[in-house]
Design a protein around this ligand. Structure first.
Ligand code: URA
Ligand code: URA
Length: 234
């Protein structure tokens, strides 16, 4: 028996010696071809989509991260495909997951009022989120989820070509500005994202819990309105 085991071991040792490298190369090729298939599918999404609606169609069945397993609806975002202003929140909640639309729950109703306060409607801007699918129990977005999903946000902004981006809350701000600075540091200033001016303010859900954030938020959106009016005049 011992002799037999030894023979088997020798046989495999020989096989590995003879074919090990080839096997490794084959595995690598297999891996590379799978990867290049994924990359070419992604390229297809990037190159062929000319409008947000087309992009939505191409990505709405996304399964790039684990949130695909628990979501009900993919929430692309909605609004004017040629908006001058894009609003970016964090991720869909329960209402958004059910309706397939962004900011339709309590935070969304407050957002609609904030927009009205600076004479904007939801229809004239574009509203979306960093993540297109709801994290279970509304937990924070995780790094792998943001990594998988952020190209969609970049492509949306590229297609819409807004003059202004307003980040609602820290996740949007940290994702677009690639920073770990705090919301208190980031708000009240004009940042740049690609060709747009980027502003940061509190998330409307935070205002529901911490009314003391309402005043700075009011100042932030007034600043946005002022810059928008100046840009329109120029
Ligand atoms: N009007 C527009 O056309 N787009 C905006 O984003 C805001 C106001
Ligand atoms: N909170 C968000 O960040 N986005 C939504 O769409 C709804 C709530």
């Amino acid at each position: 028996m011992q002799e037999f085991t030894k023979q088997v071991q020798n046989f495999f040792a020989q096989q590995i010696e003879l074919y090990g490298d080839e096997l490794a190369v084959e595995m690598e090729q297999l891996h590379a071809s799978t990867e290049s298939k994924v990359i070419s599918e992604e390229k297809d999404v990037w190159q062929k989509s000319q409008t947000p609606a087309e992009l939505n169609q191409r990505i709405e069945n996304c399964r790039k991260c684990k949130l695909a397993e628990t979501r009900h609806k993919f929430v692309f975002g909605e609004g004017n495909p040629n908006a001058d202003i894009v609003l970016v929140g964090e991720a869909p909640g329960a209402d958004e997951d059910r309706m397939g639309k962004p900011f339709v729950g309590a935070a969304g109703r407050l957002l609609t009022k904030i927009l009205a306060a600076i004479q904007l409607t939801r229809e004239e801007v574009f509203i979306c989120n960093v993540l297109k699918c709801r994290p279970p129990q509304n937990r924070n977005p995780q790094e792998d989820e943001i990594h998988a999903c952020e190209p969609y946000l970049y492509k949306q902004i590229e297609l819409i070509r807004p003059q202004f981006v307003l980040c609602l809350g820290l996740f949007a701000a940290q994702t677009l500005l690639k920073t770990t600075r705090s919301l208190g540091e980031l708000r009240g200033q004009v940042h740049t994202f690609r060709n747009a001016k980027l502003l940061v303010t509190y998330h409307p859900a935070a205002l529901l819990r911490f009314p003391q954030y309402k005043r700075p938020t009011w100042e932030d959106v007034q600043l946005l309105r002022r810059l928008y009016d100046e840009w329109k005049k120029s």
